[in-house]
Design a protein around this ligand. Sequence first.
Ligand SMILES: NC(=O)c1ccc[n+]([C@@H]2O[C@H](COP(=O)([O-])OP(=O)(O)OC[C@H]3O[C@@H](n4cnc5c(N)ncnc54)[C@H](O)[C@@H]3O)[C@@H](O)[C@H]2O)c1
Length: 264
Amino acid sequence: MAKLDGKVALVTGGASGIGLACAQRLAKEGATVTLSDIDTALGEAAVAGIVRDGGKAIFLSHDVADEANWISVIAEIRSRFGRLDILVNNAGIAIAGPITDLSLADWRRQMGINLDGVFLGTKHGLPLMRAGGGGSLINIASTVALSGSGNMPSYAATKGGVRAFTKSIALQCAAQKDGVRVNAIFPGIIDTPVYGKFEGAPQHGPGGVNTKHITRDPEALAAKVVPIGVPGAPEDIAAGVLYLASDESRYVTGAELVVAGGLA
Ligand SMILES: NC(=O)c1ccc[n+]([C@@H]2O[C@H](COP(=O)([O-])OP(=O)(O)OC[C@H]3O[C@@H](n4cnc5c(N)ncnc54)[C@H](O)[C@@H]3O)[C@@H](O)[C@H]2O)c1
C-alpha cells in the first residue's frame, strides 16, 4: 500500500519547481492531488504528466493572493472529493534589490503572494481539513527566514512571517485538538526555474551570504554558499513534504525542517 492512499492533497504553485515535484511525489504515493497555479498552460501540462504516470490529479487555475480564488478552489475540492487531508502552501515569488528602491506596490505584491497566500490558504483550507477529522498543513518557507537576506529583504520578510505564522497555527490547531498538524520546510538553494525569474537587480553589499555571492545560476551559488557545495533538487523538498504529509510524522507539529545541505 502506498503511503498516502485515500488522501486528498492541494499543492499551490504546483506547475513548476518545488510545487511540481511535491505534486508528483504525493500522487505517486497514492494521494489524489489538486495542483493549482496562476500558470494554466504549465499547470495543465503538469497534471497531464501525473495522470500519464498513473496518478490521480486535477488542475485548478488559482491566484493565491486572491481570497475569492481561494474560496472557489476549496469549494471545488469539497464538491469533487469531499475532504482535504494535505495542503502544501508553496506558491511564491522573489523580488530582489535595495530596499530604498522597492515600491510599496512591489512590497505589497511580494507580501500578497508569499504571506497573504499562506494566510488565505490556512483560513479557507482548515475548515475542510477539520471537517474530515484532521490533516497536514505544510508551508514552504526558506532558509532566509533564519539567516535574513541582504539581497531580498522583502522576500525574507515574507518567509520570516511564514515561519512565525506556521508555529502559531500549529498551536491553535493543537489547542483545538482538531487533528491538523502544521509544519514548515525551509529550503536552501534548490535548482528550480525561480532563479531565472528573480525580479529586481540583485545587489552586492553587506547583509549575509546571499548578498556576497549573487548569481542567477544555482550551481555557482551553491558552490560558494552551501556547505556541501551543491544545490538541492526539487525532489529533496518533496521528500520532506512526503514525510510531513504522511502518518509517519503523526507526532510532529510546529516543526521546522531545514533541507539545505548545511546552509543556515
Ligand atoms: N528554489 C529555491 O532555491 C527556493 C529556496 C527557498 C524557498 N523556496 C520557495 O519554494 C517555493 C517554490 O519555489 P520554486 O523555486 O519552485 O519556484 P518556481 O518559480 O519554479 O515555482 C513557483 C510557482 O508558483 C507559481 N505562482 C507564482 N505566483 C503565484 C500566484 N500568485 N498564485 C499561484 N501560483 C503562483 C508560479 O507560476 C510557479 O509555477 C516558493 O515559495 C519559494 O519561495 C525556493
